[in-house]
Write a protein that binds this ligand. Structure first.
Ligand SMILES: [Zn+2]
Length: 281
């Protein structure tokens, strides 16, 4: 599943190809995504210029306007479980026919095409008309993990009297957005916190360690993504799951890099968690 680093890398990959470009044509081949593509999606977008692309959690917001009147709105896109947004340059777009699961093409006046592919159709491609990106999917989202609003005090205050495990707590998008399963396991290891510990029993001091660990883990993954950016936007459109140098994730039974004890695997909230029973308390 594309996580925050993959989405941020997608954003950075789209920017140079889309900013200031006019949308000349939109082709929707299949409207049946988890949230159906609106019937007027193509008509709403066509003729507008892409003014900005921002990210909120795992959503991208394409701010599209008529440069003369400033009228327009936002494309709200999400990659779901299996989606990709691929940049095809003019020669490539002309040569490569749409394949199965290529649900949307957005053609730009540069000749490039932005192609949305999503085999499992859990993604989103929606339109928000108007000046501000207000949508129910964005309501109640927690702070961005790399912003100042995400800090130890926030986690501490929101977790008091809560018995939910700290791992599920930091994966809750209402608490903080974009801490996916891999990053939750890795961050808890770095902070030395046992994933099954009740969120309400973690001290402020330990939340400081956890916030630093989450920031470091995500920043490294984004940097790893940035180094693959060229391939990422120009080749076969496969989503790269960025190879992070995992301490615990996917290493059940292997030796902990801190203490050599075998890494353990448990299931929390239907997701696998990996941890070291000795290094994490
Ligand atoms: Zn260990």
């Amino acid at each position: 599943m594309p996580e925050l680093p993959e989405v941020e890398t997608t954003r950075q990959g789209l920017l140079p190809h889309m900013l200031g470009k006019k949308i000349t044509r939109v082709v929707v081949r299949d409207y049946r995504l988890r949230w159906p593509i609106p019937a007027d999606f193509a008509a709403s977008l066509t003729g507008l210029t892409v003014m900005a692309i921002t990210r909120r959690g795992k959503y991208l917001l394409w701010n599209c306007r008529d440069p003369r009147t400033a009228a327009g709105g936002f494309v709200l896109s999400h990659l779901g479980m299996s989606g990709t947004l691929r940049v095809m340059l003019a020669h490539e777009a002309a040569a490569v026919a749409a394949a199965k699961h290529d649900h949307v093409d957005v053609n730009l006046d540069s000749g490039a095409t932005i192609r949305f592919n999503d085999p499992r159709r859990f993604g989103a491609m929606l339109w928000i008309a108007g000046d501000s990106p207000v949508h129910q999917l964005l309501d109640g989202l927690g702070p961005e993990p790399l912003s100042d609003q995400f800090n130890a005090q926030h986690l501490f205050d929101r977790s008091r009297h809560r018995s939910v495990s700290v791992k599920e707590f930091i994966m809750n998008g209402h608490i903080v957005v974009g801490v996916g399963n891999i990053y939750a396991s890795e961050s808890l290891f770095r902070a030395g916190i046992h994933p099954a510990r009740s969120a309400g029993k973690v001290s402020l001091k330990r939340y400081e360690l956890l916030v630093a660990a989450i920031r470091e883990t995500l920043t490294k993954a984004i940097a790893a993504g940035g180094s693959t950016l060229k391939d990422y936007v120009q080749t076969n459109g496969e989503v790269g799951y960025f190879q992070i140098d995992a301490f615990v994730y996917g290493r059940a039974g292997e030796a902990c890099r801190g203490c050599s004890e075998p890494i353990k695997q448990i299931v929390q909230g239907a997701r696998s968690t990996y941890y070291c029973g000795r290094c994490q308390r």
